[in-house]
Design a protein around this ligand. Structure first.
Ligand code: F6R
Length: 606
């Protein structure tokens, strides 16, 4: 959340900073700013709104300087406006910050008592003044070490100094931060994505560390200010996947990429010759694991819920799921024989990362199901199962969801066969069905015109409901989340059988209700629940699968049929029309699909 870029070079840096900020906008887009050093002063420009707003408001040619920092913001302290935008500068220090400083009120008071004047409502400005204060009596490295120790909370920082004009300081606790190496210049970035267009040589800072970046040299320090050595990693270049190509939005591209996501996942995890699941170097004996706890946030949490249904069907494991922000503050009873699985696209979500750290501190077995393999969650887990779906730029998660549930399904199959809880024939059949899934997804993606037409009704409604039972229930939650985050329409996901226990009161004449009722073992029950909402005036969009069985129900407003496959895999297919419904609904409303209001990708604050 929020994006940081810093460049120390032998040439002017402002336009490169602007270009990187544009790439980082998916992390925050309510305001943007940058600061460079020239003519012996800090020069700062800031603006509410997007980076192109900043570009329009200021003439970058006037912003000279070979050292600079930039930021895109997702507001935490203080409304999104140009005053609260970063950088925050004093007469001699300028700071960009991701994260939250929890003791900012106390620090602000003591700094105000010492005569420091604050301009913004942000917690970040406190850091600027704290460093300014500490520099009065300390050399740079001591001042930074001292400042970091005085801060409570989480941060990734980029800092420049009027009186030491050839360098940038980067520091990390909680929020990710990377250093990149280029020819005659070096970089600081809140993720490798911002740096990838400039370099593929990266070092990630670990919690508590800071660095000093000059154009020709980078030094790293631990939390006590002692110099340390860090490895330089070479990232694979994958520039094309960062472009929209012919698509209007990244989300549209990422929805269409899903057959490839699944194909890649199958290639990585299925041994084609032996029709077996390949999970290499799994660090524990299968019998050591008696239970599984799956943890994530938002869409990733829906993946956990989906996995619970599969694990419970295919294995006898005891399966618990948890929302990361709840897990971390409960009095958990940690179980030695449990495997804790952390699901995250970005691998940087603060709550999921904190839950992982809690498990690590309690010496639990931890496994990450992530997309970004260089991420903090991947690096700090005992074992990593990458989803290999390529960069996901649209803020609303689409292909990463299918990527996550694919890996979790494959893992459930592997546990099932290793624990002798699935018959060999069933296992082989399920793998065969899995291999056919990309083709079925491609066909399901063709359901386009119908969904476009249907989306208008959702846009005109006060609210909507998404119902499903069993395997379709997590998908109902996911469909409702997509619609609300993109179209800002109130949407609730519910287990179909729960409606009569309260939510049925919401149903009124003409309310659009999506009913997910594939012809699986829950079908008849769901159809009965569907009748209950139709009887109360709901306009039902039934999403089912093609089958020779007729749907015995009257008064269904619209029906969409996805392809057919075994019931375990139907959730993959049911997801696609719901993603498209949310997409077209937002498109018709003219909303910013890749950057919905108030949201950001990679939520690195609690
Ligand atoms: C919704 C969405 C979010 C994320 C959540 C977790 O479309 O994308 O709900 O799923 O913020 O993010 P990751 O997976 O990066 O941990």
């Amino acid at each position: 959340m929020c994006g940081i870029i810093g460049i120390s070079s032998n040439k002017s840096v402002s336009s490169s900073i602007i270009n990187s900020l544009k790439k980082l906008e998916y992390r925050g887009y309510d305001s943007a700013g940058l600061a460079t050093l020239f003519d012996g002063e800090i020069h700062e420009i800031k603006s509410e709104g997007r980076v192109n707003h900043l570009e329009k408001n200021f003439d970058l040619k006037n912003l000279k300087g070979t050292v600079g920092i930039g930021h895109v913001r997702w507001a935490t302290h203080g409304i999104p406006n140009s005053i609260n935008a970063h950088p925050h500068s004093s007469h001699n220090v300028s700071v960009v910050h991701n994260g939250i400083i929890e003791n900012s009120t106390l620090l602000k008071k003591s700094l105000s008592d010492k005569g420091h004047k604050f301009k913004s409502q942000t917690d970040t400005e406190v850091i600027t003044h704290l460093i300014t204060e500490n520099l009065k009596t300390n050399e740079l490295e001591e001042a930074i070490t001292k400042t970091l120790k005085q801060l409570d909370g989480s941060f990734a920082l980029g800092i420049i100094f009027k009186e030491i004009p050839d360098l940038i300081v980067g520091a990390r606790r909680g929020s990710p931060l990377a250093v990149g190496y280029g020819p005659s210049e070096n970089y600081l970035g809140s993720d490798s994505y911002a740096l990838k267009s400039m370099t593929n040589k990266i070092t990630y800072l670990d919690d508590g560390e800071f660095c000093i970046i000059k154009k020709d040299q980078v030094n790293f320090f631990n939390q006590n200010g002692k110099k340390i050595n860090k490895k330089i990693l070479e990232l694979t270049s994958d520039e094309l996947s960062y472009e929209k190509g012919d698509f209007k939005h990244f989300m549209a591209k990422e929805i269409e990429e899903q057959p490839t996501t699944i194909k890649t996942g199958i290639k990585e995890y299925i041994d084609n010759l032996n029709n077996d699941v390949n999970i290499f170097n799994f660090p524990w004996k299968i019998n050591e694991i008696k239970s599984i706890t799956l943890i994530g946030c938002g869409t990733a949490y829906h993946s956990c819920l989906m996995a619970k249904y599969w694990f419970e069907k295919l294995t006898s494991l005891d399966v618990t799921i948890d929302i990361a922000s709840e897990f971390r503050y409960r009095n958990n009873r940690f179980k030695d024989n449990s495997l804790y699985i952390f699901v995250s696209q970005s691998g940087e979500t603060a709550d999921t990362y904190a839950a992982l750290n809690l498990c690590n501190q309690n010496k639990m077995k931890t496994c990450a199901v992530v997309n970004v393999i260089e991420s903090s969650i991947a690096r700090d887990s005992n074992y990593v199962l990458p989803i290999h779906c390529g960069p996901e730029i649209g803020v609303a998660s689409t292909k990463a969801f299918l990527g996550q549930i694919l890996i979790l399904y494959i893992l459930a199959l592997k546990f099932g066969i290793l624990k002798n809880e699935i018959k060999k024939d069933d296992y082989l059949q399920k793998i065969k069905d899995l291999k056919n899934l990309p083709i079925l997804l491609e066909k399901t993606l063709l359901l386009d015109n119908d969904i476009q037409a249907i989306s208008s009704t959702f846009n005109e409604a006060k609210g909507s409901m998404f119902l499903g039972r069993g395997f379709s229930y997590p998908i109902a939650l996911e469909g409702a989340l997509k619609l609300k985050e993109l179209s800002y329409i109130h949407a609730e996901g519910y287990p179909a059988g729960e409606m009569k226990h309260g939510p049925l009161a919401l149903i009124e004449e003409g309310m659009p209700v999506v009913v997910l009722a594939p012809k699986d073992s829950y079908y008849k029950k769901t159809i009965s629940n569907m009748q209950e909402v139709i009887a109360r005036g709901a306009k039902v969009l039934l999403i089912t699968n093609k089958s020779t069985d007729e749907v015995f129900s009257e008064n269904i407003w619209q029906t969409i049929e996805v392809e057919s496959t075994n019931e375990d895999l139907l959730p993959f297919l049911l997801t696609v029309p719901l993603q498209k419904l949310a997409y077209y609904s937002a498109l018709k409303k003219g909303y910013d699909i890749d950057k919905p209001r108030n949201l950001a990708k990679s939520v690195t604050v609690e």
